[in-house]
Every structure is written in C-alpha cells, then in structure tokens.
Design a protein around this ligand. Structure first.
Ligand SMILES: Cc1cc2nc3c(=O)[nH]c(=O)nc-3n(C[C@H](O)[C@H](O)[C@H](O)COP(=O)(O)OP(=O)(O)OC[C@H]3O[C@@H](n4cnc5c(N)ncnc54)[C@H](O)[C@@H]3O)c2cc1C
Length: 335
C-alpha cells in the first residue's frame, strides 16, 4: 500500500507520535530513528507516524521528516531549549488520542517527555531498547541493571493514552525513503511551563560530538590517571571522527565533565565502536555501553572484567597503545 493510501485509511486514535529535534533545519539522528520507528509501529496500529518538531529550522525542515517515515508534522517552535516550553503544545497535540509518543532518551527528550506525562497523566516507560506492538498492545522492553535481564511492560487496561516511551539511541534504524510530510503549526498556548527561560549558560570543556549519537567513542576510566591523560583519548577520538566518553571514576575525579559519563547514572550509548581505555568494566558502566556493536578494551590487567565481554581485549598500557593507534589512523587517512 502506498503511504498516501495508508494515510487516508489511518485512524487518528492509532497514530504514533514522536519528538523530533532540529538544528540548522535538519532533524537530529534521534529524530530520524524515531520517525522510522514510529512509521513501522503505525503500520501495525493502523494509524500514521506524526512528528512533533522543535528546534532551529524546524519549520523549514519539517517536510523532510517524510523521508524517514512521518506522514504529518506539527511544528511546536523554533527553539530547542528549554524543551519543556513545548510541553503544553505536545499535550494539546496528544489530547485527541494516539497510541504512543516516542521521545528520545536525550536531555531535551527526557525534559519534554516528563512534562508531557505530568500534564496528561499518561503512563510512561523506558529507557526502552525496543518498542513494539504485540497482540494488539504496546510493549516496551528495557534492560535492567544486571544486564542479563530485561523487563517488558505495557500500559494497564483502560490507562489514558498515548503511553510515552523514552527510547534509547540505536533502538530503531532510520530508513530513508522520499516525499514530503504535511506540516501544520501547533497552537501557541504555552501554559505555565512556557514561562521557563534560560538565564545563563556555561560550557564545560570543549564542545564535542554528541555522545548519544556518536558512531565512535573513545572512553577513559581511572586508568587514564589525569585530565591531561584524556588529551590522548581526545586526539584518538578526533582521528576517528568520534567522541570522548568516561567512566564515573574519571568524572568523579574531575578529569572530565559529568556529561561524558557513561553508565547506569550516566548516558546510554550505542556506537559502532566503543573503545574503553583503563576501564575495568563494572556492571554500572556496562549497562551504558553494552549495546555498542563492537567493544575494544585496552587494560593492563588481563583479568579485568571488561575482557569477558569485549570483542577485542588488548592487554597493555593505554599510554603506549593509544598514541600509536592515533598516529596510524592519521597516517592511513593521509595516505
Ligand atoms: C549506584 C551506582 C551508580 C554508578 N554509576 C556508574 C556509571 O554510570 N558509570 C560508571 O562508569 N560507573 C558507575 N558506577 C561506579 C562503578 O561501580 C565503578 O566504580 C566504575 O565504573 C569504575 O570506573 P573505572 O573502570 O574507570 O575504574 P576502576 O574500576 O578503578 O578500573 C580502572 C582500570 O584501569 C586499568 N588501568 C590502570 N592503568 C592502566 C593503564 N595505564 N593502561 C591500561 N589500563 C590501565 C586497571 O587495570 C583497571 O582495570 C556506579 C556505582 C554505583 C554504586
């Protein structure tokens, strides 16, 4: 069935909404993932994928969300932060129904999802590593601290809709098609949350590639030993076109800002390559990176727990290995 036909036959109560953040007129990678995820869920629910777009250039870029599967897009506003200022518009868009709202598990996604749940009193799930329809109902899968366990949850019978699912990066794969989504502008009644303002901003360290969207992550732990030691990891990350991450031990030591922390109380990442240097592999770290496609660990202790789940475990001193690796990558790039 063509998209146009399926849109015409769709039932608004079965729509699957998703949050789509824009920067410079382009949807974030998370928005592309959620658009494709919403489109595939909407096929099962009998509705359409509907984007709720916000951020710089959202109005101009909104039609492009069709490329990843959105049938319609409602533009909430052209600023990304504070994200909660869009909550009243999101709640208003959802009042007529829909089965699910997919929100990215990013700082802005979390803010907006939480405020929406508060305004509408709808159930919330996640951070999810899978969202699907099964036997006509929405099922949300989340991994637990132990890593080996998952919980599969669903809204209770008769619960208000739509359910909100906070979705981890990499849960859905963006699928590119073509076409232009129908675009509307949201009602502008901001409500009390619309009064939130940013009064000051501070930058901690160098602006870096967004960890949650990075395809290559070079993460350092206590074994890196100092803030200076992280310079070598930064050089390798730059050579790879990736981002630097850290264990909590490194963030607690003040060597890197907390926004680089990966794990249970940090970020959850899903890069193509996760290179862990001087990280032992504690379970609280593992839950933040176990969804990486390939894990390479450098550790001087052959018995470090990370060796049990790394795809490639290099036993050695990170300070002897990382600079050579960086030089070799730069040499090959230059070749
Ligand atoms: C409630 C709770 C929440 C937590 N949340 C998080 C979280 O979100 N993220 C997180 O990371 N941790 C978290 N932790 C902490 C976690 O339990 C570990 O303490 C932490 O992950 C250890 O960090 P690390 O691997 O860098 O340090 P360590 O465990 O001390 O490991 C350092 C490693 O570096 C190796 N090493 C040392 N020198 C070198 C060298 N020159 N070359 C190569 N290898 C070297 C050592 O052999 C060792 O394996 C949490 C803990 C609790 C209780």
């Amino acid at each position: 069935m063509s998209d146009a036909k399926s849109d015409a036959n769709s039932d608004a109560k079965s729509d699957v909404f998703f949050l789509a953040e824009f920067a410079a007129g382009a949807p974030s990678h998370a928005a592309q993932e959620l658009a494709s995820g919403a489109a595939s869920l909407a096929k099962q629910s009998g509705g359409s994928a509907v984007g709720l777009a916000y951020g710089e250039g959202a109005a101009d870029g909104a039609p492009s969300l069709r490329t990843w599967g959105a049938a319609r897009v409602l533009v909430l506003g052209t600023h990304a932060v504070p994200a909660i200022t869009h909550a009243a518009a999101v709640a208003s868009a959802l009042r007529d129904g829909g089965v699910a709202l997919l929100a990215p598990a990013t700082p802005n996604g979390r803010d907006l999802a939480a405020a929406t749940v508060g305004l509408l009193g709808v159930p919330a799930f996640g951070p999810a590593r899978a969202v699907r329809f099964e036997e006509g109902g929405l099922k949300v899968e989340a991994s637990t601290l132990q890593g080996a366990w998952v919980t599969i949850s669903e809204p209770a019978d008769g619960a208000p809709t739509p359910a909100v699912a906070l979705v981890l990066a990499g849960t859905f794969t963006p699928k590119e098609g073509s076409g232009t989504a129908a675009v509307e502008t949201a009602e502008t009644d901001d409500g009390p949350l619309g009064a939130a303002r940013i009064v000051e901003t501070h930058q901690e360290g160098k602006a870096a590639v967004n960890l949650e969207e990075a395809q290559f992550i070079v993460a350092g732990g206590r074994g890196v030993g100092s803030a200076d030691g992280f310079t070598q990891l930064q050089q390798l990350a730059e050579a790879l076109g990736g981002a630097v991450g850290a264990s909590r031990a490194a963030a607690d030591a003040g060597w890197v800002p907390y926004q680089l922390q990966i794990g249970q109380t940090g970020k959850v990442v899903k890069p193509a390559l996760y290179l862990a240097a001087g990280i032992s592999g504690a379970i609280q770290h593992r839950v933040g990176m176990q969804t990486a496609e390939n894990v390479v660990a450098i550790n001087k202790d052959p018995d470090a727990p990370i060796g049990e789940f790394a795809d490639l475990f290099v036993v050695g001193d990170l300070f002897a290995i990382i600079p050579k690796l960086t030089d070799e990558i730069n040499r090959r790039k230059g070749a």
